[in-house]
Design a protein around this ligand. Sequence first.
Ligand SMILES: Nc1ncnc2c1ncn2[C@@H]1O[C@H](COP(=O)(O)OP(=O)(O)OP(=O)(O)O)[C@@H](O)[C@H]1O
Length: 787
Amino acid sequence: MGSAASVEDAKHAEVEVSRGAGRDTGADDGAFQDVQSLSSPNVEEEKEEAAQDEDPTSHAIEISSSDESNTEVLDEAVEEIETMFKKTMNETATESDEVPLAFESFIHNNGTLYSCFSEQGKRVYVNETNGLVPFPNEWYSEGRFINPTNEQVPSQSLAPSGSQHMYAEPAVTEDDRAGAVFIQGKGMVMTYMFEEKANMCRYFDPQSGLWLLLPLQWEMNIEFVRTRIQQVMGALPGLGDQKEITAALRQCNYDPDEVVSAYLTIFGDGLFQPVEGEQNYRELDSFQSHLEKDRAIEELKEKLLSKEREVDGLFQRNNYLTRESHYLSDVVQHLNRKVAELEADQQEAREKIRALLTRRSTAPPARPEPKPSDPGRLRAISLLTRGLNVAHKQLSSTVGQWLDDMRNQLRELAEAVQRAGQAEQASGREAEELRALYRKEAVERKALYNRLLELQGNIRVFCRCRASPAGSTCLEVASEEEVAVSQKGTRRKFLFDKVYSSSASQEKVFEGTLPIIASCADGYNICILAYGQTGSGKTYTMMGPRDKPGVNIRSIRELLRICKERENITYAMKISMLEIYNDSINDLLSKNPTGHLEIRTQGKSVTVPGLTHIGVKTEADILSVMELGEKNRKIASTKMNIESSRSHLILTLRVEGMDTVSGVTSHGTLTLCDLAGSERISKTEATGLRLLEAASINKSLTALGQVFSALKCNALHVPFRNSKLTHLLQPCLSGDAKACVFVNVSPDTKNMAETLSTLQFGSSIRQVVLGKATQHVTPAQTAKADK
Ligand SMILES: Nc1ncnc2c1ncn2[C@@H]1O[C@H](COP(=O)(O)OP(=O)(O)OP(=O)(O)O)[C@@H](O)[C@H]1O
């Protein structure tokens, strides 16, 4: 039973890892030898026996002519041939990329069974000593094929006894272990990851009706294995050989975590660095989907722009109408004043006329007694009287004309007032319509915006470069989205959602995260975290100095502003602050810290029982709580940075909203995480406690990398529980949240290795798709029932 034995031996065999060396020896599988190539003692014995005899036919398995024992012997023969086949296949597979597979069994008239294959159109058979040798022409008349391509043979008769998995019926469950792969000469074949003593990938060969072992080369292409390869490569960008990783996966029973730790144990953290000059296959893999996504994002951006333009137009029209309406009301008021003045004047004129008339009728001027003897005097009086009459007539007609003018003016004014009133009403209606239209546009714009955010990915990655005190720089901010690292004449580019140069202000840097802050008030889990080498500016970005506050304070300020703006919703906020130091959780707000806290998971919720939560209302409240937490934080010095924080800081703000009109409640969290700096232990010369801290930090950051790579390839299992850090961040990263990651880098040439690894980490998590974020809202009735 060579096959079974070799599998079992392989399972217990020590993992032999010798990168590079493996290649020299012709073992194409590199560091980890293929399970199949680890031969059992039985196989070794068979080899020795085989070596004693040169005649190929003498190695063939004799089939007894007796009917009873025929099936048994045939079973053994098939199994032995299978062992030889596998051995030959492995050898062939390591020598060339082409492996023949058209499987046929030939029975010679002398009773010997041969295993034959079609290789590049020529038939060959397995000879234990010489491997695959051409099928002799004379044999065609000396025997027959049991299962040639065009002849179906009852497969049960070929299945070796004792190996149930080899039976013809491909009755396998439809789960992630089932798959398919294209094989040259066979077309698309079914594959299944059999769980025997160790996991075994086999494909179903319809011609032989057998489940055969899949050669390494093809195994790499099935989904089950490919996902795991990607996980390993995600965690260790320094690994370039997928075949080598496949072999390693076989050795580790297809457990990617085990493979990663095996590599790390042997090669150390050098594998975190990508292989220089090597094309990142993941970029190729996701290139197409990224292109499509980018196209969709561009379209949405254009739509958004045109909507914004429309809204701007509406705004301008609205402003114009409002101004016109104000102007018209001013005119109306002015006219009304004028009318009132004219009416007063008219009244006054009337009074004056009436007074004049009264005086003339009631008190006629005392006429001097005419002196008949004075004709000159009489003529003068008559002239005066005539003049007075003319003046009276003129005055009457002037007054009448004046009154007519005033009446006309009044009528015109009344009409103007009426028209202005109507125009004002019309413009009011139009303004109201515009406002409704604007509200509708705003809702549509918000929906488009959310869709855009969703398409851009619920994880946004920003790169911030700090200034170089040394003046030497290996970084070049090529554009708003691209940063390049130059090294010995080569130039590597990295793309991010935004790249901030050393001159970018704290305010500018915060702008990138601004869009997701409002989502927290809507009931989403939001996470902002900073990753980077020690001293690269994470704390500066997240906390910042007092006069230049960072993302933490600005996002809290923005959140408070948004909550205040929403008049119908009352918000309650609670803040907690913890640090993870040497993989244990410390409560930073507790007055009497009682020791390290543990994490509890219930369904999707992750909590820390005993952690202090303080209710806060204003920015001042929050700042004083943060100050208290900061005081308790462990700050230690390292050789590289005097004020280097050696723990991960996680500040969480829980925001509970209650809509007083609809009764809907929402629960959002804003998680702000300042990660401890990744560092090269050798470079910082850390010893003792510092060494322990550094090892713990590196371990948790590696776990974070593993989580991101599992998320990136949509792995069934995401190893959140590998560290306290990833366990706590689970709700922020498990397809339920929106996240922003800052990768902070130093441009100093002496930090180039760390900078490259940080950029690689950042650009790789950019491809993570968290999925559609979930809004945590409870409808009114449920909310009441909950209470
Ligand atoms: N963009 C920047 N502008 C001005 N000063 C900066 C900037 N980034 C970092 N610094 C300064 O560099 C020093 C180190 O920065 P910081 O403490 O933020 O690094 P860090 O990545 O948090 O380090 P560690 O991981 O060790 O905590 C600080 O003195 C900080 O003020």
